[in-house]
Design a protein around this ligand. Structure first.
Ligand code: TTP
Ligand code: MG
Length: 388
């Protein structure tokens, strides 16, 4: 049976929410992230700022160079989370076959919902209308016969877009001359590999002789199927990625434990942010330490679900202290494993433990704010209760 998949994605999500709440921003290039003058990156920017070449993950310094008249606004995760909850509720009214990919993005399999709610196109348009009514910002929706086609469709007419890709034949025609990166599974590294063997477009991939694809291993066959428009991936609530990890290598090896704890705050903050964005929790936190002699250890702690900076940091520090050997450290990393969509009861540390870790964490966060700017590090409390 032919599936009907909808993909929805908010337009310039963080920036749109800020424009909604501050009409003075409208019509100006709006850039969300750390403020110029501090180290850090752009979270997103509105479509006006994109014309200047600004984009997500670019350093704020570079964004300022490209767009000095841009309005730089710090992010406010609490507001985005509230909007995200509304979006998720709207989508959940039509089916329980939903896969939320991020705070502002998700797939729905509405094959079984059409009898009740009308066809997929009608549902997609309704969702777009309800999001605008209830959140106050626009989103783009795409309808397709598979996930890849639905995602392509939602991106095709952004912002406030609506597009339908009925079948594989139509999809192939649409993507054949596009860069191969349009295919699911062709991330940055894969694109580099493909470019290195002379494959730049979907057509190049389809026409490539078999021997040329040998170096790509199993992935070659999968990519070829995607290039033909075959994508049988189900819309699933399961978390796809197995882990989210961040690590840092020091310029100089160190056994200064306070320095290492500070590094852990930064890493915990980054891992927490990624979990927050994907709206998932982890049950296991893993600490990795590579010593000056290149030997490394990993130590893990599994508890109930966590994702706040404070909890991830606390677990990582316990692992560091519990395995402290005075040896000089070259690299340290935190990984969140055992990822889950369902939040379990929060872990609770004793009051004594909490007070001690709170004091240290607050001091360290203050120091990091000084160094990197206010917006880069948020404690769990700041994320959930107030603007930094
Ligand atoms: P996206 O959906 O990738 O981007 P967007 O909604 O801002 O713009 P578009 O119209 O192209 O969909 O990401 C959703 C939000 O996630 C974005 O508003 C900010 C955040 N984000 C980051 O913080 N860092 C990143 O590198 C990216 C890509 C997104
Ligand atoms: Mg978006």
């Amino acid at each position: 049976m032919k599936r009907k998949i909808i993909h929805m994605d908010m337009d310039a999500f963080f920036a749109a929410i800020e424009e909604r709440d501050n009409p003075e921003l409208r019509g100006k290039p709006v850039i969300i992230g750390t403020l110029p003058g501090s180290r850090g990156v752009v979270s997103t920017c509105n479509y006006i700022a994109r014309k200047y070449g600004v984009h997500s993950a670019m350093s704020t310094t570079e964004a300022y160079r490209l767009c000095p008249n841009g309005v730089f606004v710090p992010s406010n995760m609490k507001k985005y989370k509230e909007a995200s909850d509304i979006i998720h509720k709207i989508m959940s009214k039509y089916t329980d076959q939903i896969e939320f990919v991020a705070l502002d993005e998700g797939y729905m399999d509405v094959t079984g919902s059409e009898l009740l709610f009308g066809n997929a196109e009608k549902i997609a348009k309704e969702i777009q209308g309800r999001v605008f009514e209830q959140v106050g910002t626009t989103c783009s929706v795409g309808v397709g016969y598979c996930k890849m086609a639905a995602k392509f469709a939602s991106e095709e007419k952004k912002p406030n877009g609506f597009f339908v890709v009925e079948d594989a034949e139509k999809f192939q025609k649409l993507i054949i001359d596009r860069p191969v990166g349009i295919l699911y599974g062709a991330g940055k590294k894969m694109q580099e590999k493909l470019n290195a063997i002379g494959i730049f477009t979907v057509k190049d991939l389809l026409n490539a002789p078999e021997y040329r694809l040998k170096g790509l291993g199993n992935m070659a066959q999968e990519l070829l199927l995607y290039a033909k428009g075959v994508d049988n991936r189900p819309v699933s609530k399961e978390v796809k990625s197995k882990s989210i990890g961040k690590e840092t290598t020091f310029q100089k090896d160190t056994n200064d434990i306070e320095f290492l704890k500070n590094a852990l705050i930064r890493l915990a903050s980054e891992v927490s942010y990624q979990l927050e964005m994907a709206d998932i929790w982890c049950k296991t936190v893993t600490l990795k330490i590579k010593y000056h002699d290149m030997k490394s250890i990993t130590r893990a702690s599994t508890r109930k679900t966590v994702r706040s900076v404070r909890d991830i940091y606390k677990i990582a520090v316990d692992l560091l202290v519990g395995n402290w050997s005075q040896k000089k450290v070259r690299l340290i990393g935190i990984t969140a494993n055992n990822l889950t969509k369902e939040e379990c009861e929060q872990i609770s540390f004793s009051n004594e433990e909490r007070r001690e870790s709170d004091k240290k964490l607050d001091k360290a966060v203050q120091d990091l704010h000084k160094k990197y700017g206010k917006n880069i590090i948020k404690t769990a409390k700041e994320i959930s209760t107030k603007k930094v």
